[in-house]
Ligand binder design. Sequence first.
Ligand SMILES: Nc1ncnc2c1ncn2[C@@H]1O[C@H](COP(=O)(O)OP(=O)(O)OP(=O)(O)O)[C@@H](O)[C@H]1O
Length: 533
Amino acid sequence: MRNLNLGRVAAGLLRPYWRLALAAVALGGLGSLATVGILALIDDALKSGSSPMRALGFVLLCPFMIAAQYGSFRANSWIVQNVMADLRKSLVDDILKAPVATIERMQKHRVIVALNHDVEQLTVFVRGLPFLLVSVLTACGCVAYLFSISWRLAGVAALAGVARVLVVRRMLDSAYKIFFVEREARENLQQDFDLLVEGCKELRLNQPRRSGFRERRLRAKIDEVRDLTHDNFVQFTAIEAIESASAFIIIGALLAMQQTLGEPKETLGAFVVAMLFLREPINAIVGYIPMYGHAEASFRQIVKLREDFANTESWSSNGGNAAFSTIALVGVTYAYPGEGEQPPFTLGPIDLELRRGETLFIVGENGSGKTTLVKLLLGLYPPTTGAILVDGAPVGDADRDAYRQRFSAVFFDYCLFDDVAMEAGDADAANDYLTRMELSTKTAIVDGVFSTTALSAGQRKRLALVSAFAEGRPVLVLDEWAAEQDPTFRRAFYSEILPDLKRRGKTLICVSHDDRYFDAADRVIHIKDGKIV
Ligand SMILES: Nc1ncnc2c1ncn2[C@@H]1O[C@H](COP(=O)(O)OP(=O)(O)OP(=O)(O)O)[C@@H](O)[C@H]1O
């Protein structure tokens, strides 16, 4: 095996289920023994006729064989499904813990292919392990038996077997490369599948874009995956065919060398029968190689993803609502990673103190760094330099997640969850806000879930504000919240809703371009080229 890590990974995945895995292998072995027993009884009956004992043996062995095989498959299926679920759960945890900046940089299709395709490939590999084990044991038994029949014949067959392995290895080297190319092609295809759904409106509006996307991207990539998968299949079919034929070639060579080797005909006959029996486990082992190749390509991607997602932060176990008087950014900078020749955008250094209960507006031109500042303040980006202090105490990696639990936010590119996370909130106040947002005839909070979120763009944004408010956190951050609101509601937002939220004790941070309403703020900070001016 090329990558010992994969064996270790499989062992690690199977460790919690080792007893069941052992039982599956044992039951499989018993089922095989019962099959051999039935074959022997049939052989006896054909040679010597039926007898009550043989009939009884047959009647007992048949249900035993069915029960053992059923038990083995059932245990194996349970193990495989658990392994798959465990892998997915741990990947999901990695994603939940990953730095936000990494997730923003990471393309969605890579994550989707890892969660679906890669997990499945690793699982197929694990599923085959008990059968591989049985095949290896059977093959070892057969080889030992061959040596017991004639060490001379077995020695010649073993030499031929070594030559065969060398030929197959060379073929495998080229077949192996395809696994990695195919894996990459799958990611590219997934990226276009995402666009197919996300860009459905644009694709309908623009015929040249649609046909270009269809022909040059979607269809071309579907064909590429088809060709690579086919090539891969063909290469392995060729390897399996050579493997299969080589047993006959060795048998033919042994028959031709019978005189030279000086073995009696009966010994040679028994040897040939055992060689033919050996083909089955050997074919099963060779058939397992593609599963190994796919699993290795997938495993490498999962490892890479895990490395990218690694985070030194720890998860907080409390829901938040922690008290504070001031939150201060001291000499804070944040530098995005540079791309190509372009110098990266750097925010700061920023010195800013947020006081509990105040309404702070962050204003500035497009691209000046307002959202970046908000993400730093929310603890979503760790400062590149400088520190965030809560009542004078610095926030580090260990407590950044707990720090974040003070905030609720409606981002510009917000995501509206249909459940209302009301851990510290007040259901009556949330319903009151639903009415204030003129949404009480459109949706309701039923058992902690919005009855519908199928609303207009402006209404969905209002619902996002209700949801953020319902969380009951002390600080509410609204990034260009009013951008989609009609003039009447926009006015109501600045002149009624923000003052009401302030009266309810909320600290408010609003990113805004609405200079007509800047007087709604206690304090306005202006950002230009990443600095407060
Ligand atoms: N994910 C990213 N990776 C690299 N650079 C980024 C990324 N997001 C933003 N930037 C850079 O940071 C700068 C500030 O972006 P930011 O989103 O903070 O601006 P903004 O003031 O909120 O703009 P707008 O008013 O348009 O929302 C941008 O000019 C851009 O160059």
